[in-house]
Structures are given as structure tokens and as C-alpha cells.
Design a protein around this ligand. Structure first.
Ligand code: BGC
Length: 995
């Protein structure tokens, strides 16, 4: 608690007497009537007004703001009612918490009447301030419950083609030749193709990768196939980068629809809807909601997420219609690393519309065999291939009542008995921004390349006027070849080509619905004339996690790096945390998620996003306890890989640290225990020298191979340590003791095996030292030495790092904490290879997968693995916020805050803010000569320890006054050139002498 002080006001303000009286009156009135705080930003399960949740004791949070320094909440009262009317009348029929003495304003567990399916909960909160004065009520907020019981669902899964599950005859490739046109180089790929046939069908993108090699460099390739199907021998020829589909052509994506009558005026209507695949749903000609690529990716063999929409305003008495478009998506389209039709052959749709009439009667319109289907203008759509749309096939009024359905056919109904229906608990993927082309250049006869100026993820919105039948092709790429053409080699089996066929008549606007690409450049061809500037727009999509972090400093290159990190996250948090958005991968790689989560949770509010994904992580855990390499896991990998598998422990722990979320620990503790027990039983003498699965080591390090068993053992120790801490948080003391002991034993084994008496870590790599320091694996007295060896290695490499994905995320914090902050600054501002700023210097607008994705000397890296939008190496973002900005949690969820900016030569100022679950924290520091000013903003109801670099407390002022007289500031102690203070909420301006 901060001791209250009498403010020393030396500011003279001239004003007339009447004004003074009015202000004095207002101040007195405010003092008597209510607290000086405002309560706002009400959220339930991290979301604003969520619909259809399944947490039966959901967690509530709010933010308090105040103009007073040192403001705290001493109590709160929450009212929850079943209608807005009851709530405004103060009748909390679901829950009246009463006045609860507490300073907690987040993770407050609803403890009212049991909540049932469809329940509507309207709520508000008021708080008491530090003087026990009550605030006004917050604005009303709400949440609703979803369908909690399986038998709440009457809807049936429908499919467009009832016969598609039948075996349609067998397919055999008799002969297939992949050849370099006109050069005589031919590769026999008959076996390659036959191996890809699944359930009598084959769909494969033709390129060097999928065909098992390049028959001739720099030559145009094609595939010729002779195959047998239905008793006939047939032939097909296809160009490189096109998709071979056998047998025959696929049918277009379906329109699904249902006409229905509503007999009287509607009071309320709620739609529960989802798909195995992707859907877009419309009612009476209007699109429902703004979700893109819904539902999010889960392991569809066991779980799918449904969405809930209030559609009251879309319905009317009399004739109505509901229509849907349905696509393959992750369910039956191409997914990472060659997966195709992994979960099933045909997508399915599920919808339950629940209508309450004004007279209280109810009615349900559900998907069943009465729905009708028709081919849509979307000829095909696939994440990797792209989307193909023929506007001439549009059916006017397909989603409106009164359509002639005589040409529409019956749908099929499919049983999905093993599937669990869970609600959407995270922000959906949405359209986030629109980018306009920076340049449009001719790239050949009838084709132009637009540069959007930013490597982005999403689709192009096309605006054209061209005659009916004009076929426009859009090709996407992250980079350009030296000759100015699109660099697409790194897309591997993801050609990312969209086609649009015009219906004619002018003013056509189109964008693909069910695919996305990672690109900066788009080539448009098929138009008779150069496209107008507004013909192309980049529509950026991503999981709509609210941005929380802002950073800027005196080095413009670091500001670009920070922007690149933010863009990397935006483009790769698409439903799940993916590795990259452009090539045929886009998987939930666990290692990538794990190294980046800390940075991610500074950049954006990712609590709900991880709440959902961590369920996918547990779903993918093997029965033996091995966490997988990717989650969801559409492959046969057995997991168990150091650092990648450890995401199953590190991610829940990070969410706990950043948001104070105990429930995430509770929910995932069983899986965390299974993982640590798995590691123990797959080690010898607590050394992980076996069973490490595919083991990627310190992936993409630069000539610095850290022994893989050492990495395995280090992560085994770290996961065990975090598990022990998690048990402790949850009050499971006996288990906490057990895993603390195990951690101590692994540490002993680690030191015996890998650490010399003078603190050298085997392998002498930066990654090895970074892990040993970060994971607390060294005896206390050896830590400084290890820090010095680490700094010495960086120096010996000319001020360069050598770490890959794993070591890189710990490097800067451990250097700083080991007293090597100058080296950390040097590394961060290094701009020759390998370094963060090397790619920035080359004009990067996102984080590259490799330190040398492109170099002036060698050009592009191996296209087999050369993504220009991979966030992992951007995990240094944590350092920008937590160390340069100096904003770190002193207790989980930033209820108490540590403000400890690291200020070194190289930067003269830095401005950082982070919107924590308790409100916005900010720092801004500036150095001029030997003078430092540090502005700090601490949100209401939190306290902070502020560390001000200063030789002595006598050198420190706050708000221009000697700091000992400053209001709300308590001096703690002076240590090592730093003065430590405790402050309550408010804005402070410290100044000190630093040299
Ligand atoms: C992915 C990575 C991933 C790695 C495993 C790559 O193909 O793109 O980001 O972590 O495989 O080493």
C-alpha cells in the first residue's frame, strides 16, 4: 500500500471567482456522492458480450479508471439478471454477489444460480474505491449460454452429395510421365501417383516437390497421365503448378437452402451453426455475422466448434429463407505437408435456428433432409490451391425467400455420432484491414504485378468491369525474382492461384471466401487494360485478437522490426498459431507457438485464442503422454520432441503469468503431468538421450549445433519446474513437492553430464547457455561465468547471434539478467547476417523463417523451406516490451507490475504500452546527456515497483520535485546504480542523473 501524502502544489492558475466556485462545488459533490473511479470494459471469459459459451461458472473481468493517484478497489458488487429490464431495476435474479471485499477485478468466477442451455445473462458491476466510496454502475454487458447438452441439438449434419461416400469404382494410374517440355528429360512418376490415390480418387498439385524432383532446371514442365477408371483407359495432360484431379472434374461448391414460414412476429431468434469444413450462412439475403473461415480448425474426429448468432433482426413473419455456402477447408481440402481429405471426403453443414415468437411460443428450423442444394458459382476452393469463381453461375436470390427451387436437389444426411460440439470461445478470424497497391507494373502482355507494400495474409478484393466470360487470374507471391516476376518457388505445393470469370455488366466486386494466401505481390492477368488503382485491394484476415502492445523507439530499424513481428503474428494466428501462411504447410507447429507466445501476449490479447488452442494441444497428445509436433495433428507423427512438445506446459504457464489465469492451469494440469511423466520414462538417469521423436534441435541455428540430448534434458527440467509451480498455484502441495524434487534431480544430472566446474556448458553454443540460464539449471555461483561465456561467444562471432528457433527467444533477456545488457543491445541493433535487422535492412515487412532467406550475395535460400512470414525468430518482441519498455508482471496478470527499463547506448528514447487485463501500462523514457526522464503510467487497482537508473536517490525527481516529496511514491532501496520505488496507480514522471 502506498502511504498517502499531502500534495505539494506549486502551480498557479488564474481563473475567475465564479469558475472557482463551480469547480470547488463539483469537487466537493464528487467527493460526497461517488468514488473517483469509472468501471468499464466488462468481459466474460475474455470476450466482450460473448454468445453461446459453455463455461457454467464463467469468469468475469472489468477495468477501473480513475484520475486519482494510488486508486484501488476495496470491494465490488456484481449483478446478473435474466433480462435487461430486471438488471436495470436492480433485480439480479441470477446472481447478486453482494458487496465483496476484494481488490480483484479479473478472473472473478460467476457463483449464482446454475446456468443452463440458452440462458441469457445480463450483468453489471460497481466497485468501492480506496475511501470506500461506491462507483456508478458500469454499462450493462451480457453473455449467453450455448447448447450444453448433446440432446439440445435437433439439427442433422447435411451434405450436398448423398452418394459421395460410395466407392465410385477404382482408379489406377497405368503410366505417368513428368517431363521437361521439349528437352527430353522425363521422370516416371507412376508409382508416386498411385501412392496418392485415396478411396478411388486422386488430387495433387503438379510440381517438382510433389513429383519427387525436378527433371530439368529452368524448364517448363508438364505431366502426362494414362489411367484406368470405370473400365476405360483415359489420358490427361496437365501443366506444372496445376492440380490434377482424377477421375474427372469436381463439382462446384454447393449452395444449401431452406425456405420456411414463420407464423407470427418474432421476439428473438438465435442461430447455432457450424460445419465440418467451412461455411458462410445467409438469412433472407443477408450474411450472418462477420466470421471468416468458420469454424476454426480443431481435430474434427473428436470436436468441432459451433458459432452462435442473434439473428432476430433478420427474420420476419411469413416467408423466410436460410442459405449456406459450404467448402472443404481444413476438413477435406489440402492441409499441411501433403494432407488431403484428412478428416473426410465431403464437408457437412449443421444449423439450428431457434425462434421465439412474441407470444412466447417457439419453433426450430434445423438442417435435415428437407434442405435443398444446387451448385454455386464457386467452382473450387482450397487453402493451398486457391479459389475459382464463375460469376455467370450466380443464382439471384439463392438466399432469399420465393426462389424457384425446382432445379434444386435433395441433400444427404450424415451421422456424426462421435463428434463433440463445443462453442466458439475465441475471437473468430475476421477481415482486419484493407491495403491498397503501392505500385502496379506491367509484367508481360496482359498481365500486371501489384505491390501491396506489405507481406500480408488474406485475399485480394477485385473490382472490375469486363465483358461476360472474361477470365481473370490472380497469382500471389511474397517476393519477386530478380527479373521482376513472381517468386513462387517457396510456395511448394500451394500454387495460390485464384480465378474469377466475369458475369459482365460492369461494377463487379469479388473476393475469395474460403481460401487465403500469404503475399505482398499479386499478378493480375486476363484484363484487356491496365487495372485501375482501386481494382485490387489486399484484404488482411486473421484471428481477431485485440492489439495490446505498442512500441516505438529512437532506432527506426527496431520500429520496423516490431512492425514485422506484429504482422507475423497477425498473419500466422489464423484460427490456430501456424508456422507460415504461404506454402503448403500452415500447421500448428508447437515449437513455433511456444517460443513466440510471450511476445504474442504482449502484442495482442491472446488469452481466449490460447484457451481454445490448448484444447487442440491436449486432443493431440498421445495416450502415452507425448505432446505432438503440430496441433491439431493431421499426421502420424508420434510427437515427444524437445521444445516442440514442451509447448503443452510452457503455453498454459505463460497464459497464467500474463493473464493470472488459474483455470488454464487447472484444465491442462493432467496433460502437463502426463507429459513430464512421459519425459521421465523416456530418459536414462534423467538424461533425455533417447526417444526424442523427430527432434529438430535448435532449428535453423547458424553453425552452432547444440547437442540434442542437452536440449532435451534442459526442456525436461524446465517443463518439470513449471509443472511444480503450477501444482503450487493450484494448492496441490504434495505434487508440487514431488516435481520440485524431480526438477532438482534433473538439474543435478544436467550439471554432471553437461556443465564443467567452471560453468562451461557442453557444445559451447549460445543456445546452450541461454537455456541453462533461463531454465535455472546452473548453480548460483556459476551463473555469472555462464553469462560471460555467452557474451564472449557473441563477441567472438563479431557481435552476432548463432541461435535458431529455440535459443533465440531467451537470448536477450538472459544476457540482460546476467549483467550483459550492452551485449544484448548490440545484438538487437546488429544489422549484418545473422541478425534481426539483417532482414529489416533487406526491406522485410515480416519476420523471415531463416536468418538468410535472401542475401545480396546468394539470393534466395533453398525454396524447399524459405518462408518470408514465420514469426518464430521474432520472439525477441518480448524484449522490446519487457526489457526496453521494461513492463513485466511482478505477479500473474500484472496485478503488481515491475517497471524496469533497460537503458543503454544505442537508443535515446523508447515509448511502450501494454493493455493488460487490469488496464493500460505505459512507459516512455528519454536520455539527453546524462539526464534520464521516465514517464510511467500504472493502471488503477494495481501497484508497481519502478526501477529508475540513478546513482543515488538524491539524483531522482518526480514531477519536478525531489522524489521523497512525490505523491504516491515510496522509496524502497538503492541498489547497483538503480533506485527502486513502489507506486500506486497514476502517471509519474521521474527524472534522474544516469552517468
Ligand atoms: C516449420 C517450422 C517447424 C519445423 C519443425 C518446419 O517445416 O515450418 O516452423 O517448427 O518444420 O522443425
Amino acid at each position: 500500500m502506498i502511504a498517502g501524502r499531502v500534495p505539494q502544489c506549486n502551480i498557479k492558475i488564474k481563473m475567475n471567482l465564479s469558475k472557482q466556485i463551480i469547480i470547488l462545488g463539483a469537487v466537493l459533490l464528487a467527493g460526497i456522492c461517488s468514488a473517483a473511479v469509472t468501471v468499464k470494459s466488462l468481459r466474460c471469459e475474455y470476450l466482450s458480450n460473448p454468445l453461446g459459451i459453455d463455461a457454467t461458472s464463467p469468469r468475469l473481468s472489468w477495468i477501473i479508471t480513475s484520475n486519482r493517484k494510488g486508486e484501488t478497489q476495496t470491494a465490488y458488487q456484481i449483478l446478473v439478471a435474466s433480462s435487461p429490464q430486471l438488471l436495470s431495476g436492480g433485480q439480479a435474479d441470477l446472481w447478486d454477489s453482494g458487496k465483496v471485499s476484494s481488490d480483484e477485478s479479473s478472473q472473478i468466477i460467476y457463483s449464482g444460480l446454475p446456468l443452463v442451455s440458452r440462458e441469457r445473462c445480463f450483468w453489471k458491476v460497481r466497485t468501492w474505491d480506496r475511501d470506500d466510496k461506491v462507483s456508478d454502475w458500469s454499462p450493462d454487458a451480457q453473455w449467453t449460454m450455448g447448447l450444453l447438452q448433446p440432446d439440445d441439438w435437433q439439427a442433422k449434419w447435411i451434405v450436398s452429395n448423398p452418394s459421395i461416400n460410395d466407392t465410385n469404382g477404382s482408379l489406377l494410374i497405368r503410366h505417368a510421365a513428368y517431363e521437361a517440355v521439349g528437352q527430353g528429360h522425363v521422370v516416371d512418376v507412376t508409382a508416386v501417383l498411385n501412392a496418392q490415390i485415396k478411396q478411388g480418387r486422386l488430387k495433387i498439385v503438379v510440381n517438382n516437390q510433389t513429383m519427387g524432383g525436378d527433371p530439368a532446371l529452368h524448364a517448363v514442365k508438364r505431366l502426362r497421365v494414362e489411367y484406368e477408371y470405370g473400365g476405360r483407359t483415359l489420358q490427361k495432360e496437365i501443366q506444372e503448378n496445376q492440380t490434377l484431379i482424377l477421375p474427372g472434374e469436381v463439382s462446384p461448391l454447393p449452395y444449401l437452402r431452406k425456405s420456411f414460414e414463420l407464423k407470427s412476429p418474432v421476439q428473438r431468434a438465435v442461430l447455432y451453426v457450424t460445419a465440418l469444413g467451412l461455411y458462410e450462412v445467409h438469412i433472407n439475403g443477408q450474411r450472418v455475422g462477420d466470421h471468416v473461415l468458420a469454424p476454426d480448425w480443431t481435430d474434427y474426429r473428436r470436436r468441432v466448434r459451433y458459432q452462435t448468432f442473434d439473428v432476430t433482426g433478420l427474420l420476419k413473419r411469413g416467408g423466410n429463407a436460410m442459405g449456406a455456402l459450404l467448402a472443404d477447408g481444413w476438413f477435406s481440402g489440402h492441409i499441411g505437408n501433403g494432407g488431403y481429405e484428412f478428416y473426410g471426403r465431403q464437408p457437412a453443414f449443421l444449423a439450428q435456428l431457434e425462434v421465439t415468437y412474441q407470444d412466447g411460443q417457439t419453433e426450430r428450423i434445423v438442417t435435415d433432409d428437407s434442405w435443398r442444394m444446387h451448385g454455386s458459382p464457386i467452382i473450387s476452393s482450397d487453402f493451398m490451391l486457391g479459389e475459382d469463381y464463375d460469376a455467370r453461375l450466380e443464382i439471384k436470390g439463392w438466399d432469399k425467400p420465393g426462389l424457384d427451387e425446382s432445379q434444386w436437389s435433395a441433400v444427404g444426411v450424415r451421422e456424426e455420432s462421435a463428434l463433440q460440439l463445443d462453442p466458439q470461445v475465441m475471437p473468430p478470424v475476421r477481415e482486419l484491414f484493407k491495403l491498397s497497391p503501392k505500385t502496379i507494373k506491367t509484367s508481360g502482355p496482359g498481365s500486371w504485378i501489384c505491390d501491396l507494400g506489405q507481406n500480408m495474409v488474406g485475399v485480394v478484393r477485385l473490382k472490375v468491369s469486363a465483358p461476360a466470360g472474361t477470365r481473370i487470374t490472380l497469382r500471389h507471391a511474397e517476393m519477386l525474382n530478380p527479373d521482376g516476376t513472381l517468386y513462387t518457388a517457396n510456395l511448394r505445393g500451394a500454387p495460390s492461384i485464384d480465378h474469377y470469370v466475369c458475369h459482365g455488366g460492369g461494377g463487379e466486386i469479388w473476393q475469395p471466401r474460403f481460401t487465403f494466401h500469404g503475399f505482398r505481390y499479386v499478378e493480375i492477368s486476363g484484363l484487356a487494360r491496365r487495372p485501375a488503382q482501386d481494382a485490387i485491394a489486399g484484404i488482411v484476415i486473421g484471428s481477431d485478437t485485440p492489439r495490446t502492445g505498442e512500441f516505438a523507439c529512437s532506432d527506426a530499424r527496431l520500429n520496423q522490426l516490431e512492425s514485422n513481428i506484429q504482422w507475423g503474428q497477425r498473419g500466422n494466428y489464423i484460427s490456430i498459431p501456424t508456422d507460415c501462411p504461404q506454402r503448403d504447410e500452415r500447421l500448428g507447429w508447437m515449437g513455433d507457438a511456444e517460443v513466440f507466445i510471450h511476445t504474442a501476449s504482449y502484442n495482442a490479447d491472446v488469452a481466449a485464442f490460447f484457451t481454445k488452442w490448448l484444447v487442440d494441444v491436449d486432443d493431440a497428445q498421445s495416450p502415452a503422454g507425448a505432446f505432438s509436433n503440430v496441433s491439431p495433428n493431421p499426421s502420424n507423427d508420434k510427437g515427444g520432441v524437445p521444445a516442440w512438445g514442451d509447448a503443452g506446459v510452457i503455453c498454459p504457464w505463460t497464459i497464467y503469468e500474463m493473464y493470472g489465469d488459474r483455470r488454464v492451469l487447472e484444465r491442462h494440469l493432467p496433460a502437463m503431468i502426463k507429459w513430464v511423466d512421459f519425459l521421465k520414462s523416456h530418459s536414462d538417469g534423467l538424461i533425455r538421450d533417447r526417444d526424442r521423436g523427430e527432434d529438430f534441435g535448435d532449428w535453423l541455428s547458424i553453425h552452432a549445433d547444440t547437442p540434442k540430448d542437452l536440449i532435451g534434458t534442459a526442456f525436461f527440467a524446465y517443463s518439470t519446474h513449471l509443472l511444480a509451480k503450477s501444482c503450487r498455484v493450484l494448492g496441490r502441495e504434495a505434487e508440487a513437492d514431488k516435481y520440485d524434487q524431480l526438477f532438482a534431480d534433473i538439474k543435478t544430472a544436467f550439471n554432471q553430464r553437461y556443465v564443467t566446474r567452471d560453468g562451461h556448458v557442453q557444445g559451447e553454443t549460445q543456445c546452450g547457455y541461454a537455456m541453462a540460464l533461463k531454465f535455472d539449471l546452473l548453480p548460483e555461483d556459476l551463473r555469472p561465468q555462464a553469462g560471460q561465456y555467452l557474451a564472449a561467444d557473441i563477441k567472438a562471432k563479431g557481435g552476432h547471434l548463432s541461435t535458431g528457433f529455440i535459443g533465440v527467444s531467451y537470448l536477450l533477456p538472459v544476457l540482460t539478467q546476467a549483467g550483459q545488457a550492452d551485449t544484448a543491445y548490440g545484438l538487437l541493433q546488429q544489422d549484418t547476417f545473422p541478425s534481426w535487422l539483417f532482414s529489416v535492412k533487406q526491406g522485410a515487412t515480416t519476420i523471415w523463417e531463416r536468418w538468410d532467406g535472401w542475401t545480396p550475395e546468394k539470393g534466395f535460400q533453398n525454396p524447399g523451406m524459405n518462408s518470408f512470414n514465420h514469426y518464430s525468430l521474432g520472439s525477441c518482441g518480448e524484449y522490446l516490451f519487457g526489457f526496453i519498455g521494461g513492463i513485466r508482471p511482478a505477479s500473474p496478470g500484472f496485478k503488481t507490475i515491475l517497471i524496469d527499463p533497460v537503458i543503454r547506448d544505442g537508443l535515446t528514447w523508447a515509448k511502450t504500452s501494454f493493455a493488460s487485463i487490469h488496464g493500460k501500462i505505459a512507459t516512455a523514457w528519454k536520455v539527453k546527456g546524462n539526464r534520464l526522464t521516465l514517464e510511467v503510467v500504472v493502471p488503477a487497482n494495481t501497484t508497481a515497483t519502478v526501477i529508475v537508473p540513478a546513482q543515488s536517490i538524491t539524483d531522482v525527481t518526480e514531477d519536478g520535485k525531489c522524489v521523497t516529496n512525490a505523491k504516491g511514491v515510496r522509496f524502497l532501496r538503492q541498489e547497483d546504480g538503480k533506485a527502486l520505488f513502489e507506486v500506486g496507480s497514476g502517471k509519474y514522471t521521474f527524472a534522474s542523473k544516469i552517468k
